[in-house]
Design a protein. Sequence first.
Length: 119
Amino acid sequence: MLGSILSPLLNPIGLGDWRVVVALIAGILAKEAVPETLAIISGVEDPIEAFRCLGLTPLKAFSMLVVVLLYVPCLATIVAIYRETGSIKWTLITVMYLLLLAYCSALVVYNVGLVIGLK
């Protein structure tokens, strides 16, 4: 349900499928969970085959790669940020900054790709 609610927010970066959103949420626990979650949701064993089943074009896959590389680190890192700063405020600011950075970067990558004719 959360994937369906958040999927319209990811349409501008080519990742509007609820299954991709669920995989990105799972990636907050551990980034290596993203491709495996996609495979499980798609009902295939190979994560690369999951990308094909979901209709992720190379441009959409690259956009997703940018998001995964730049968005919130794993939960253990978020906890470490909290312990180092001792502040929930700075932890949330860091998380929000990283989410915004990932989204804006993927937005640029995806839209530049569309402008130059990539699919």
